[in-house]
Ligand binder design. Structure first.
Ligand code: HEC
Ligand code: HEC
Ligand code: HEC
Ligand code: HEC
Ligand code: HEC
Ligand code: HEC
Length: 329
């Protein structure tokens, strides 16, 4: 056999693998399109569209919810109620338990309770994001909210046409390049558990870059945080890896689990890195805030940092359960 033939065989083999893995990369009507795809017609109409971007439905939110909503049958991931439901034929080889919570949270309910905070993708309001830019530093403007140019939408974070990133996260948000690598996930997609590396924090950079502080000791060093204050470090190792599997509990409290990012792409995956999503849900949370967690600093020249009964700052756990899970004071 000639060497050239072997190279051609090897190339064909890897191409087959590449095509096979591209085919399962996105799921549903998203991406991996062939030249004669029918998928476009599921969301667009050329002459009789009801919404901007030639969408079949008036708003993008309503379009996504025709499949990912509460009463729909177009997708198993019900992001309205934050649960997985086996209601449509699987396109991604899914393996989650029916009615189990989605790892991303929900826009109206999470863990069966109404949400107390969410990324507002339905109102169309143009709301500023905290920590949008690191260029505004020091008093009196530190922690200031910076305006973004349009209201939040699902497509502010996801590309409905598929993407090379984990869960179709956009490869660029507000011109900042975003990379989110999938790891640790087999052929069957698992929407109940984290499958990301530490680069998961980068998804938040497009809108909250000033919060992405990775320098050791940043909690006691005001010179490293872009917004000019002190900030909890992220993307570092925690020794409490049991948090993700067994969770932690004390004094008769509920067992608290927190997802950690994987450190290695190949070999043995050690899930031990703290990222934004360790403490926050990207969609919405029903965590309850009471006592000291109900309120916070107010007035001019203070950092944002309020959580209250109607705003849980997308935290995964009630009050400051996230802190106690790791530090166990
Ligand atoms: C799951 C729904 C969905 C499907 C399927 C879909 N689109 Fe889209 N498309 C959208 C949404 C939502 C937007 C507006 C948000 C955005 O720009 O990403 C959009 C925007 C666009 C745009 C304008 C912005 C851009 O990205 O260039 C084009 C062109 C487009 N789609 C073409 C297509 C074609 C061609 C297909 C079929 C191969 C297709 N779409 C399939 C939802 C979809
Ligand atoms: C602020 C960014 C952001 C917005 C806005 C957003 N998502 Fe997500 N979404 C994510 C991230 C990050 C994940 C991955 C969660 C994980 O695996 O930890 C995700 C995951 C998902 C999943 C997989 C299920 C899961 O929970 O992991 C679906 C489906 C989804 N999003 C749909 C939507 C729809 C529909 C909208 C609008 C109604 C939306 N997303 C708005 C960031 C966002
Ligand atoms: C015609 C039905 C349909 C529409 C409309 C639709 N989706 Fe999906 N989507 C699916 C299906 C099916 C899957 C595969 C997983 C499942 O069954 O939930 C999926 C998966 C996803 C995922 C997970 C991708 C992954 O890597 O596993 C995201 C994120 C997502 N959709 C976002 C959106 C957003 C944002 C919109 C609106 C722009 C939208 N979808 C509109 C059917 C739809
Ligand atoms: C496309 C821009 C965008 C991205 C990407 C984004 N956010 Fe936001 N975020 C916003 C905006 C705008 C607000 C304020 C308006 C609102 O609450 O919806 C906000 C609000 C928040 C809040 C405060 C919520 C509250 O009710 O107090 C938290 C916490 C948050 N984001 C965390 C994150 C995390 C963690 C990520 C990464 C997974 C992320 N965001 C990604 C735009 C974004
Ligand atoms: C997933 C684990 C984890 C969670 C959750 C967590 N921490 Fe930490 N924390 C760490 C690690 C690891 C460090 C060491 C950071 C470093 O290397 O600088 C740290 C550092 C600190 C420090 C010292 C900072 C300094 O630089 O002086 C304080 C104070 C702290 N955390 C408080 C909190 C509070 C309050 C919360 C809840 C909002 C919290 N932590 C949540 C893991 C965690
Ligand atoms: C160790 C847990 C933890 C991690 C990791 C974490 N946060 Fe937070 N975040 C919180 C807590 C707790 C609050 C509530 C306000 C406070 O205590 O400052 C909060 C509040 C916020 C807010 C709302 C505005 C404000 O300051 O109140 C935004 C936006 C935010 N976080 C973004 C991020 C981003 C982006 C990352 C990753 C770069 C991240 N957070 C990582 C615990 C965390």
């Amino acid at each position: 056999m000639s060497q050239k033939f072997l190279i051609v065989c090897a190339a064909a083999f890897f191409l087959t693998i590449a095509i096979a893995s591209i085919a399962k990369a996105n799921g549903g009507p998203h991406g991996d399109y062939t030249t004669t795809t029918d998928a476009c017609a599921g969301c667009h109409r050329a002459h009789t569209a009801a919404g901007a971007n030639l969408l079949t439905v008036e708003t993008e939110y309503d379009l996504c919810m025709t499949c990912h909503g509460a009463g729909s049958t177009g997708a198993n991931t019900n992001v309205n109620d934050g649960i997985y439901t086996a209601r449509s034929a699987s396109t991604t080889g899914l393996s989650n338990t029916v009615n189990s919570s989605l790892i991303g949270g929900g826009f109206n309910k999470y863990n069966r309770l109404p949400v107390t905070s969410k990324h507002d993708v339905s109102s169309g309001l143009v709301i500023a994001a905290w920590g949008y830019s690191g260029t505004v530093a020091l008093t009196p403007s530190r922690g200031v909210r910076r305006a973004i140019t349009s209201g939040l939408k699902c497509s502010s974070c996801h590309n409905p046409h598929g993407s090379t990133n984990y869960r179709m996260i956009n490869t660029s948000i507000n011109t900042i390049p975003i990379t989110v690598t999938v790891t640790d996930e087999g052929a069957a997609k698992d929407y109940g558990k984290e499958h990301w590396l530490s680069d998961m924090s980068s998804i938040c950079d497009g809108c909250h870059s000033a919060y992405h502080v990775t320098t050791p000791g940043s909690g006691s060093d005001a010179t490293v945080a872009q917004h000019g204050g002190y900030a909890h470090r992220v993307d570092m190792i925690t020794s409490n890896t049991f948090l993700e599997t067994t969770g932690w509990s004390s004094n008769g409290g509920v067992t608290v689990t927190l997802p950690l990012a994987s450190q290695f792409i190949t070999g043995t995956n050690t899930n031990n890195l703290v990222v934004c999503q360790t403490c926050h849900l990207p969609h919405g949370s029903s965590a309850a805030m009471a006592g000291f967690a109900n309120g916070g600093p107010t007035g001019v020249d203070v950092l944002p940092g309020n959580t209250n009964t109607t705003d849980s700052a997308l935290l995964r756990v009630a009050n400051r359960g996230v802190c106690e899970a790791c530090h166990q004071k």
